[in-house]
Write a protein that binds this ligand. Structure first.
Ligand SMILES: Cc1cc2nc3c(=O)[nH]c(=O)nc-3n(C[C@H](O)[C@H](O)[C@H](O)COP(=O)(O)O)c2cc1C
Length: 337
């Protein structure tokens, strides 16, 4: 794939999201708690997208140092992500004190007021995005003042709702217009970006694709499982949350159907009883690098990923491919060629 250079930070696919977030390409890294690192975030931002650091579960005292690491590796915009259910307000304060350019939230309880979180981030000078898996939450986030809505379909890796990206994105676009929408869930290449733009989104957010890159902090075996997956071997389950002891508001986890899943599927009641014992077994397997006996989360788009490559290559390939589809294939369809 040829190296492309675009003029003055304006990419070949320029949307409202590029202006809003100050990025060259309309491509965002999902802020995956525990699966993103300052190095991965900086790599995505340096490639012209928006890197996002997942901060859920991080100690407030560690947050300034993590953000400093991003800033020492890129001068481009980046974001930080918080899951709102069970959020640690001290962690949010620690992040906002560092003035991150973008703050992205997701997964609030139904009775949680989003506006104070949006307002606090705005007051710190950040652009605010909010990830939803359905139309009611999209309306709620737009009413709270979010600057963009991420519509995440059930194909995606990690915690997702039950509606697929294809119907969800245009429904959310219609519900929150003129607030811009970023499509997520099952997108790993330029075909996904072109399709998302056609559905009315102004950009895409990718998780699984960026997990299988050279800069991703995941264990080599995790990256290889994504590469080896044909995309048909994931399932939606509550098993990872039962083991972790958390109730996720409205989500199931898209998880690799490995030996661990096979062992516990259909035995959830027993897993509830033996949760602490099984959590210890999972920790031991993880420490030993035995990834067939731990819950591993990734999306159906693993079937579109066949190599571990640098982040910059992922971004430039996606943009080139999407542009070619829009210019050539779609243009020809109109021209009848
Ligand atoms: C391992 C893993 C952890 C994730 N953690 C978070 C998180 O902490 N916060 C969040 O907003 N989204 C999280 N997500 C969801 C991603 O941000 C993104 O929406 C999803 O990966 C998109 O689907 P894709 O994997 O098909 O690209 C996670 C996803 C994965 C695979």
């Amino acid at each position: 794939m040829p190296e492309h250079r675009w003029d003055s930070g304006r990419g070949p696919l320029h949307t409202r999201i590029c202006d809003l977030l100050g990025i060259t390409h309309p491509i965002v890294l999902g802020g995956m708690g525990g699966a993103t690192s300052p190095g991965l975030v900086a790599a995505v931002s340096n490639a012209g997208g928006l890197g996002t650091l997942g901060l859920s579960g991080r100690r407030p005292a560690d947050i300034p140092g993590l953000i400093e690491q991003i800033r020492s590796a890129t001068t481009d915009p980046f974001g930080v992500n918080f899951l709102l259910f069970g959020v640690d307000d001290a962690a949010v304060d620690a992040a906002l004190a560092q003035k991150p350019p973008v703050v992205t939230y997701a997964w609030a309880w139904s009775d949680q007021d989003l506006k104070p979180y949006v307002d606090r981030a705005h007051a710190a000078g950040a652009i605010v995005t909010y990830m939803v898996s359905g139309v009611p939450d999209a309306r709620r986030a737009a009413a709270a003042g979010a600057d963009a809505i991420i519509a995440q379909g059930s194909e995606g890796g990690g915690h997702v709702g039950l509606i697929g990206t294809m119907p969800l994105v245009p429904m959310v676009v219609s519900a929150v217009s003129p607030v811009p929408v970023i499509a997520a869930g099952g997108i790993a290449d330029g075909r996904g970006l072109a399709a998302s733009l056609a559905l009315g989104a102004d950009g895409v957010l990718l998780g699984t694709r960026f997990l299988a890159t050279e800069e991703s902090p995941l264990a080599p075996g995790y990256k290889q499982a994504i590469v080896d997956s044909d995309g048909h071997d994931t399932t939606l389950t509550e098993i990872p949350d039962l083991v972790g002891g958390s109730i996720w508001p409205g989500a199931l986890a898209r998880t690799w159907r490995n030996d661990f899943l096979a062992e516990w599927s259909g035995r959830e009641a027993e897993l509830r009883r033996r949760r602490r014992e099984v959590a210890r077994q999972v920790a031991t397997a993880r420490a030993a690098g035995d990834l067939r006996h731990v819950p591993l989360l990734f999306g159906q788009d693993a079937g579109l990923i066949d190599s571990i490559v640098p982040v910059a290559e992922v971004v430039s390939r996606i943009v080139s491919e999407a542009r070619e589809i829009i210019e050539q294939r779609l243009g020809k369809a109109i021209a009848g060629g």
